[in-house]
Design a protein around this ligand. Structure first.
Ligand SMILES: NC(=O)c1ccc[n+]([C@@H]2O[C@H](COP(=O)([O-])OP(=O)(O)OC[C@H]3O[C@@H](n4cnc5c(N)ncnc54)[C@H](OP(=O)(O)O)[C@@H]3O)[C@@H](O)[C@H]2O)c1
Length: 313
């Protein structure tokens, strides 16, 4: 495993694995027992950073935060409270209306409180806002987060699907008032490109403009969908002509060209596509970058963990 550090609001630093375990389907498509096996394997291989969110699985009728519930239960069952680094997210819009902002003080406090209760841990190591609302001033949002931090055991703040410019603005505001800034950003970032229309339009994806801004910001940058939803990993034909329907829209000319460039490297070096894709993030020369991986099966997680045994591709 490889590690980095992340800044906590009290000025201390925590050492966390550069591979972050995604848990979007824990407690739903991935039942608790299987999710526990994945977290066991991840922990045994040195992984300590786990990413969940209040919204994960809450879209299943009758369920409230099954991913957070599963993660919290595993941490408690294994006596890892305070050792595992648990990050969660709140203030996600309602699934049926992604443009309905939920960044009011009431929404932020309600979600953070419910996450703390459901996780049932002594701390939330990193609390993210899952989306931004650029019509809402950063002063208002950072004020609500400051109140949440005073009420709840939140150790650090993050922004997910926020543009770097807004994070910069929010952090300048926090600095001026002596409150906690964002110390992490979670956005979509992969060697695989995401054509327009893949994912909703409230997602923020790394691009040259965003990247240039991050270069002088002291943030942990967490890449979700780093595996490109599996587009390059399933042994498809060299022109990606046989990809399943679920990801067919991603087999663009640009991705076919990237796929062939990746194969030239992976075949020459005898490495897996997972290793190539993860190191595309974690070897970044300028940013403190971490790769989030979503795995639907143990075998996929094993490949991701093997990728972290080597320092570079
Ligand atoms: N902040 C946000 O807004 C946000 C958004 C999305 C995700 N996330 C976080 O990031 C995590 C990962 O995101 P993601 O699931 O969108 O992206 P991902 O990691 O790019 O894709 C995961 C999918 O890729 C395939 N895959 C992964 N490893 C593979 C392997 N070794 N061989 C073959 N296929 C492989 C699997 O597809 P199959 O299931 O088809 O086999 C798997 O379900 C989530 O669990 C979540 O924690 C955050």
């Amino acid at each position: 495993m490889q590690y980095t550090t992340i800044q906590m609001a009290d000025g201390s630093k925590r050492r966390i694995s550069r591979l972050v375990l995604g848990t979007v389907h824990f407690g739903t498509m991935i039942p608790e027992e299987e999710a526990f096996r994945m977290m066991d394997l991840f922990w045994e291989a040195g992984g300590n950073a786990i990413d969940t969110a209040r919204v994960y699985g809450s879209w299943v009728p009758g369920q409230e935060a099954p991913s957070e519930r599963t993660v919290g239960k595993w941490v408690r069952a294994n006596g890892l409270d305070g050792q595992a680094f648990i990050m969660t997210k709140g203030a996600h819009p309602p699934m049926e209306d992604m443009h309905h902002s939920r960044l009011s003080r009431e929404d932020i406090l309600f979600d953070a409180e419910r996450s703390a209760e459901i996780l049932g841990l002594s701390h939330i190591d990193l609390y993210y806002l899952h989306r931004d609302d650029t019509f809402r001033p950063v002063a208002d949002i950072m004020g609500s987060l400051d109140e949440a931090m005073r009420k709840l055991p939140i150790r650090a703040l993050g922004a997910s699907n926020w543009k770097a410019g807004r994070i910069r603005e929010a952090n300048a505001f926090a600095k001026s008032g002596g409150t906690a800034p964002f110390t992490a950003s979670e956005l979509r970032w992969s060697y695989v490109q995401f054509p327009e229309g893949v994912g909703d339009d409230t997602l923020v994806t790394m691009n040259q403009e965003e990247y240039a801004q991050y270069a002088d910001m002291d943030l942990a940058v967490m890449a979700y969908s780093s595996q490109g939803n599996g587009l390059f990993q399933k042994g498809y034909k060299r022109d990606l002509s046989d990809v399943p329907d679920r990801i067919r829209g991603m087999a663009t000319a640009e991705n076919i060209s990237r796929y062939q460039k990746m194969l030239a490297v992976t075949e020459a070096k005898g490495i897996t596509p997972s290793r190539f894709l993860i190191h595309h993030i974690t070897d970044d020369p300028k940013l403190n970058a971490l790769a989030l991986v979503g795995c639907s099966r143990i075998e996929q997680l094993k490949q991701s963990l093997e990728a972290m045994e080597e320092q570079h591709v």
